[in-house]
Design a protein around this ligand. Structure first.
Ligand SMILES: Cc1cc2nc3c(=O)[nH]c(=O)nc-3n(C[C@H](O)[C@H](O)[C@H](O)COP(=O)(O)OP(=O)(O)OC[C@H]3O[C@@H](n4cnc5c(N)ncnc54)[C@H](O)[C@@H]3O)c2cc1C
Ligand code: FES
Length: 245
């Protein structure tokens, strides 16, 4: 188990915080840590910043994320990792498609050639818009940006002009984006979020069609995803029961 001392906690909105802490580990965009909350749980979190001060962005869902989101300057963060297959960070024009806190893991890929499609249920879910120079914003309820889903924003642009497309967010959104991607060959990488317990390929809780998301992913190519019948359809819950997504 590794530790670091929190340098800063920035409140982004009602339920989302950025935690910054020093860490010398070599971490690549798309990789994640298993953050431990003693007595509660261990949860996977990816990085929204990879300088000497590392940055994680946490949306509060339950007890573990709430605890981490409320850590204060000087508190200790416990973690294992980094784990997982990173994004392949390519040169050329990039399209970064994120929904909610899924946008966080795409932030380290931003450069002058990046265009962002940021989506969320409401305006409250849109984070990091100020870090993108060029972007489209869509919300389900139209409370911020244009009303619609991520895939609706894609319909307003020519996605074939991008050299690589990166996406992260809820699986339903990723599936609709994948289904929209015709004629772009394998020029897309998707980061999946499935329930994880061990993070290192032992427990099988993150499995999808024989792949372990924690070790074979979380980043998968478009071609890999197209061969996965469980993608956007079913997953295991924390008790190991297969449920519909
Ligand atoms: C590889 C990977 C990277 C991740 N990176 C991030 C990140 O950078 N930032 C971040 O905020 N989260 C991230 N997550 C999701 C995060 O791990 C979960 O939100 C967290 O495990 C919730 O734990 P909890 O104990 O607080 O809530 P739980 O007690 O596990 O859940 C409480 C309730 O919220 C629901 N819930 C939990 N998580 C989610 C979710 N992600 N989406 C929708 N409903 C949910 C549960 O089904 C349950 O009903 C990542 C997940 C994976 C697999
Ligand atoms: S989380 Fe245990 S195998 Fe992936």
């Amino acid at each position: 188990m590794k530790t670091s001392i929190i340098y800063e906690n920035i409140k982004l909105n009602d339920n989302t915080n950025i935690i910054k802490f020093p860490c010398n580990e070599k971490i690549e965009p798309g990789q994640f840590i298993m953050a431990w909350v003693p007595g509660i749980n261990e949860i996977p979190l990816s990085f929204s910043g990879l300088n000497d001060l590392k940055e994680i962005t946490i949306k509060i869902y339950g007890k573990a994320s709430e605890h981490i989101a409320h850590l204060k300057k000087g508190d200790t963060v416990f973690f294992r990792g980094p784990y997982g297959k990173p994004f392949e960070n390519t040169a050329g024009k990039k399209l970064l498609i994120g929904a909610g806190t899924g946008i966080a893991s795409l932030v380290p890929l931003i450069d002058k050639n990046a265009y962002g499609v940021l989506s969320g249920k409401t305006g409250n879910d849109i984070v990091f818009q100020d870090r993108f120079e060029k972007k489209s914003i869509v919300t389900d309820d139209g409370s911020y940006g244009k009303k619609g889903y991520a895939v609706d924003a894609l319909k307003d642009m020519d996605i074939s002009e991008f050299d690589m497309i990166y996406a992260c967010g809820p699986e339903i959104m990723l599936k609709s984006v994948m289904d929209y991607m015709v004629n772009i060959n394998d020029r897309a990488q998707f980061s999946l979020e499935r329930p994880m317990k061990c993070g290192i390929g032992i427990c099988d809780s993150c499995s999808i069609n024989g792949y372990q998301v924690c070790t074979d992913g979380p980043v998968f190519s478009l071609k890999q995803l197209m061969g996965m019948s469980e993608f956007g359809s079913t997953r295991l819950n924390y008790s190991g029961k297969r449920i519909k997504i």
